[in-house]
Design a protein around this ligand. Structure first.
Ligand code: AMP
Length: 191
């Protein structure tokens, strides 16, 4: 079993590299952003609550997203046996602590945190480019800047948190998709 967190700012390439990781390592993909967007599309109560936060570039409250993640793990007991790629979760220290507990309760743990490191001006460029195709309501310049601020204030402390546990793998997130994936593979193959 291989459990990986793919970590980085909005626009750092987490979704793109997740697709390649799933393919290569046969992992089950859990993207909390995708779960929330799916709920928004279906007009669920959760979707209505989440939309307010997402459109403001803010995080959905920890208790809510932790419950969602626990539910996804429970609903996919069969699918997660080979391992999981966590994309967009955890985003705060309490979420990381909750993840540790959820996995410990299931007899497993996070093996590595792949941190995609990309300079700020490039992040904005990529988000705006994606916005032209994705139709995501939060891929506009104003919300992108708020999301980056949220990332710096609430999510970036996780880098030190996972460094202390010896799990953080810094990856240069600038370059071609395949070159970046080669760096990730190299780093994970030494596990
Ligand atoms: P993403 O697709 O990962 O960029 O997530 C899009 C938006 O969904 C974020 O800007 C947050 O508003 C919300 N979101 C996704 N994952 C989380 C999480 N782990 N904690 C809180 N909010 C989240």
């Amino acid at each position: 079993m291989l459990n990986i967190v793919i970590f980085g700012a909005p626009g750092s390439g987490k979704g793109t590299q997740s697709d390649k990781l799933i393919d290569h390592y046969k992992l089950f993909h859990i993207s909390t952003g995708d779960v929330l967007r799916d709920n928004i599309r279906r007009g669920t109560d959760l979707g209505k609550v989440a939309k307010g936060y997402i459109d403001q570039g803010q995080l959905v409250p920890d208790e809510l997203i932790i419950d969602i993640l626990a539910q996804v793990l429970d609903d996919n007991k069969e699918n997660i046996q080979e391992g999981v790629i966590f994309d967009g979760f955890p985003r705060t220290i309490p979420q990381a602590e909750a993840l540790e507990q959820l996995l410990a309760d299931r007899g497993t743990k996070i093996d590595a945190v792949v941190g995609l490191e990309v300079p700020e001006d490039e992040l904005i460029k990529r988000i705006l480019l994606r916005g032209q195709m994705s139709g995501r309501s939060d891929d506009n310049e104003d919300t992108a800047r708020k999301r980056l601020e949220t990332y710096h204030n609430q999510t970036s402390p996780l880098k030190a948190y996972y460094e202390e546990q010896g799990k953080y793998r810094a990856i240069n997130g600038l370059g071609s998709i395949d070159d970046i994936f080669d760096l990730i593979k190299e780093s994970l193959d030494s596990l």
